[in-house]
Each structure stands twice: as C-alpha cells, then as structure tokens.
Design a protein around this ligand. Structure first.
Ligand code: PXP
Length: 369
C-alpha cells in the first residue's frame, strides 16, 4: 500500500477569496487524516497566496496530523520550519509569477544553498524531500545533497494523459528515475497535477511510495465530498503491481575504460562485432564503449548472475534504435537460458544510459512480460 498525502492549499484559496475564516484548512486537514490520508501537505509560499502563517501554526499544533511543509530554499523559510517543526519538509522552487509549482528544483544552480538547508533540517530529524524533475542527474545530485526523499514532478505526464497524448516517454523517465533513486536509498514520492487516471498509471511503479495530491482532491470534493474522494484514491493505491525480475545499476569511470579500450584483446572479449563496427561512427569512441560497458554490467547485475560462465559480455549487445534510444539485444541462447532461470515465458528489459563528466551510468530493469 502506498501513502497518500493530501495537499490542502486550495481550501485556503477558497477561504482567502472572501478574506474571512471559512472554510477552515485545519478542519480539512483533520478530516483528511480521519478519512485515511497518511499526511497533510501545505505550501507556505513567499507571497502567502493561499496558506498563511496562522494555518501552519494551527495545523502544526494539532496532534496526529503528520505534516509536510512545502517551502522555498530560503533562510527565512528555514527559520519558520525550525520554529514549527513539521514532520516533513519538501523543498520546492518558487517563482512569484507562476500559477503553481511549474517544474522541479534547479539543483545544479542552487546545490550549496539547498544542501545547507537540508543538513539543518536533517539535524532536527525533520524528513527532507526535494521536488525535482524525473532526471538522472537530479537524482544523483539529490543523493549528494543528503536528502532522505525526492518527490518527482508529475506535471508533464499528467498533462499528456489529460490531453490523451502519448505519455510513454515521460512514464519511462519517471520509472527509471524512481528505480535509480531507490537503488541509492532515497525514498521516492510523486506529485503535481495528479488525478485518478494518472495516479492509476503511476502507482504501477513499485518504487514510488507516496503520492501528494491537492488541486484535484479539493476540486472533486465539491461534488463528491472529501471522504469519498480520499476513499477512491486509497483504493487505487492499494492495488497490486507488476513484477520486476531484477534491477541493476552500474557506474563506470570513463578514464579507466579509456585505458582498457586501448587493449584490442579487451575490446574483442567484451564487445560484439556489431558494436565494434558501430563504434567507428562515434567521435568519442572510449565514451561509446564506456557507456556500453556500464550497460552490460548493469544488465548482468539485474539478472542476479553477474558476468559468469552462463552470461558473457558478448551475449549482451547494446544497440540504438532509429531514434537513438539504447536497447539490449540478447543472444538467442542467452535469452532462452534466462527465461528458464526466471521461470517466465517472456521478459522485457529497460535500459537507461547517461553520462556525467567523468562517469557513465547505466541502469537496467528486467520485467516479467
Ligand atoms: N507536490 C508538490 C511538491 C507541489 O508543489 C504541489 C503543488 O503545490 C503538489 C504536490 C500538488 O499538486 P496538485 O495541487 O496539482 O495536486
């Protein structure tokens, strides 16, 4: 069962439209927990457009409401968080002119500041999360920053689903980011723009353990009531999910591989004729080999066997499709052997390759088809 966090910002939006006290965000918070939500999220924005300081004060004073405070990475917000000590803090980017949080944090630009804030919050045992785009580099940076969780921005996939457009590419990004994050011991959450349909799609990713949903829940509650809406989400989040056979991650030092690829014996032992032929089309050949080496190692780890008598480097060929997407092409006898070992009729492999300045990173998921 995955956790449901209910964001009640827009109860405050309705209240503020009249400038009086009704409806009461703290009551919505209490009720959401009563109806089965696992936590309550509020975003104290710099312009205080919905949630106000008095809401934070009131809600954080109520026992039994696990509270998740969303905030920008500023010293002023840090001071407020340390004053009210919510259970969780999610750091989000903020721009005054945006309607809602339109994208994930820019970790590259703001790493030092965010790291400082995360460390302070960690010291007070406040669970920290970073709201990021589903991107490999952002996951690695998040790990480096020292956060306990990441929340993947699901705004893009939500829009694609709502417009009935192809969302597979974005789904794969979210899935691969989740797998990498989990393998690095980060807890994975998802949020933004979610409704019943998008939640149903994303709950199939086993690594995502928490969904934070606001606008849709509050909007839908007008017609169906908060209790019924929460009930419906909890039912979706209870569903059993697909089975993953194995996950493998590998990071290769490009300089080390550069040295190794000078050795012809190494090349012919590890790479197929086809891979060697295609390498000639690439400007940076050692980088080409480095990424493929990482992919082969990641695949072998995902099988659970590693490179062994039954699984040689050359049994695992890494090719690119017409769009440049890397794929794993297994030797027939290897695929047959693995099917028998996995006890499945067929299986599917997913590969993601990326390179940082000095490293090649590959991760592979093997799924039962
Ligand atoms: N998660 C985060 C980090 C957010 O910033 C928001 C929006 O405030 C949400 C989840 C909820 O998004 P929505 O209101 O679109 O469900």
């Amino acid at each position: 069962m995955k956790n449901l966090g209910v964001n009640i910002d827009h109860v405050a939006t309705i209240r503020n439209a009249r400038g009086e006290d009704h409806p009461y965000p703290y009551l919505a918070a209490k009720n959401a927990i009563k109806y089965g939500a696992n936590s309550i999220t509020i975003h104290l924005r710099e312009d205080r457009r919905h949630i106000k300081d008095k809401d934070l004060k009131k809600i954080s004073s109520i026992k039994n409401i696990p509270l998740n405070l969303e905030m920008a990475a500023t010293n002023q917000m840090l001071k407020i968080a340390l004053k009210y000590k919510p259970n969780f803090v999610c750091i989000v980017p903020e721009r005054r002119e945006e309607i809602t949080t339109e994208g994930g944090l820019n970790l590259k630009k703001n790493k030092k500041k965010i790291k400082y804030i995360v460390q302070k919050l960690n010291n007070f045992n406040i669970r920290t999360s970073l709201f990021i785009n589903p991107d490999i580099k952002d996951i690695i940076n998040s790990k480096d920053i020292g956060t306990r969780c990441v929340e993947l921005h699901t705004g893009k996939i939500s829009l694609l689903v709502k417009k009935n457009k192809n969302y597979q590419g974005e789904f794969t990004k979210i899935k691969n980011s989740s797998i990498l994050a989990k393998s690095l011991n980060l807890e994975v959450h998802a949020g933004h723009g979610l409704d019943y349909r998008t939640t149903k799609i994303l709950q199939k990713i086993p690594e995502i353990t928490e969904f934070n949903i606001g606008h849709f829940i509050i909007g839908e509650s007008i017609e169906f009531g908060l209790k019924n809406v929460i009930k419906k989400f909890l039912k979706i989040l209870k569903k059993k999910i697909m089975s993953v056979i194995g996950i493998g991650v590998d990071i290769v030092d490009n300089q080390r591989l550069k040295k190794l690829t000078k050795n012809k014996k190494f090349i012919s032992r590890v790479f197929t004729q086809n891979e060697q032929r295609i390498s000639k089309k690439f400007k940076n050949i050692s980088n080409y080999y480095s990424k493929r080496f990482a992919a082969k190692e990641a695949f072998s780890k995902a099988t659970g066997f590693g490179i062994s008598d039954n699984l040689h480097f050359k049994d695992i060929e890494i090719i690119n499709n017409k769009k440049g997407k890397p794929l794993i092409n297994l030797k027939k006898s290897t695929a047959f052997f693995l099917k028998k070992k996995f006890k499945v009729k067929s299986f599917k492999t997913n590969l993601s390759l990326s390179d940082e300045k000095n490293y090649s990173i590959a991760y592979v998921i093997i799924e039962k088809k």
